[in-house]
Design a protein around this ligand. Structure first.
Ligand SMILES: Cc1ncc(COP(=O)(O)O)c(C=O)c1O
Length: 400
């Protein structure tokens, strides 16, 4: 009898895709659902970027490329990362892939050994692929907890306590999915101070939302003294340029770049050449559209946070970046007789026609932090107004 490996069976997933399938099924059945589930901009990719891709096709630039990516794009990425992080990144440090996501697995596989007890510290709540890839690669996951009282940053002391001689990798994500929190400079400096005492620890800096900042500043740990060499800076075009389906991500790290290149030769061969030319245009071309989209997200943040805080039993901080709101719904669960955020999410979907994700879709619930849900506000103002109105109506109905 054939068997499926433990590794494949233990693979995690992104529940956003599962809930989305559920939402799509309900919509096909004729239900009126407003979805705040999926983390992707609701804008069209800017015209000049589309045109660059069309030109690439017409000019026959659609064959394989070197696994690390075309020189023009590696050059553009190196300039962009150098400029925005205040460091010197060379084109040879840069590797391109079909999205930033593949680098999560490549990194864990490149700095830990299967079953050797190598530890990876990762944020909870956090992007679910971190935990899934840690497990699939036979490493030991060590969660570090994000706290509402710290605007969803973690306490650097908790990091200091969790590092052991077996720690090989720390995953940072700022601005963060799912909370929208950003790691402030003083915390980033404290993190760097701690890491200086542990030179064996790599850092995966997931900076995919780095251009979507509304309060405070974006700080890359790579820009702090001594950190660049050991940091894998991960970024891409998905969120900044509304290019999620194009699949274009990139990393920079001098020592690991050749290994990432070999991983890509072993897996996808290269990112789509057509998309890579679009990426050159995205990075080197005018930034007006990217800035306009960021400004719109900023306005929507104001709108959704204000409205959510008017719903009985819901308390929502104003997230510093990305396009997610992470309201605390502990009281709303009590008011509506829901056991937890997951039951609240299901009832919101079925009884109010509002699709959101629950905290358990982003790892274990953090003890003492209550119940949360995630709303992606990559949705129109009308959808936001109507969605939150339905939430309020649902809660009020249960209260009577
Ligand atoms: C924190 C985080 N990292 C990485 C990714 C992956 O982005 P990409 O589309 O470039 O693969 C996402 C996408 O949702 C994300 O939220």
């Amino acid at each position: 009898m054939t068997i499926v490996s433990q590794r494949a069976q233990s693979l995690g997933t992104e529940n956003a895709f599962i809930v989305l399938a559920e939402v799509n099924r309900l919509i096909r059945e004729g239900r009126d659902i407003l979805s705040f589930c999926i983390g992707q901009p609701d804008f069209h990719t800017p015209q000049h970027i589309q045109d660059a891709a069309v030109s690439a096709i017409r000019e026959g630039k659609h064959g394989y490329t070197p696994s690390a990516g075309i020189a023009e794009l590696r050059d553009a990425v190196a300039k962009e990362l150098s400029r925005t992080r205040g460091i010197e990144v060379l084109p040879d440090d840069v590797v391109i892939a079909a999205g930033a996501k593949p680098f999560i697995g490549y990194t864990i596989a490149s700095v830990t050994d299967y079953g050797a007890g190598d530890e990876v510290i990762y944020p909870v709540p956090g992007f679910p692929i971190y935990e899934s890839q840690i497990k699939a690669n036979g490493a030991v996951g060590v969660p570090i907890f994000l706290r509402e009282s710290r605007q969803f940053s973690f306490d650097p002391q908790e990091l200091a306590d969790k590092i052991t001689p077996r720690t090989k990798l720390l995953i940072l994500n700022s601005p963060q999915n799912p909370t929208g929190g950003i790691i402030p400079r003083k915390d980033m400096e404290a993190i760097a101070d701690i890491l200086r005492q542990h030179p064996q620890v790599w850092i995966f800096a997931d900076e995919i939302y780095g251009r979507l900042i509304y309060d405070g500043e974006f700080v890359s740990i790579a820009s702090l003294p001594g950190m660049q060499e050991r940091t894998i800076i991960s970024d891409g075009c998905s969120k900044t340029y509304a290019m999620t389906g194009w699949r274009l991500g990139y990393i920079a790290n001098r020592k690991l770049a050749p290994f990432f290149t070999t991983w890509i030769t072993n897996t996808e061969s290269c990112a789509s050449q057509i998309t890579q030319w679009a990426g050159v245009q995205a990075l080197n071309g005018p930034q007006d559209d990217a800035n306009r989209m960021r400004d719109i997200f900023h306005q929507r943040r104001e709108l959704i946070v204000g409205l959510l805080n008017e719903v009985p039993g819901i308390h929502c901080q104003s997230p510093g970046g990305a396009f997610y709101a992470w309201p605390n719904v502990t009281e709303a669960c009590q008011l509506t007789g829901c056991r937890d955020s997951e039951e609240f999410r299901k009832r919101l979907l079925n009884e109010a026609g509002v699709a959101v994700l629950a905290d358990i879709h982003f790892g274990q619930r953090v003890e003492g932090e209550g119940q949360h849900i995630r709303l992606s506000y990559a949705a129109s103002d009308e959808a936001i107004r109507e969605g939150v109105r339905r939430m309020a109506e649902f809660v009020k109905k249960q209260m009577k």
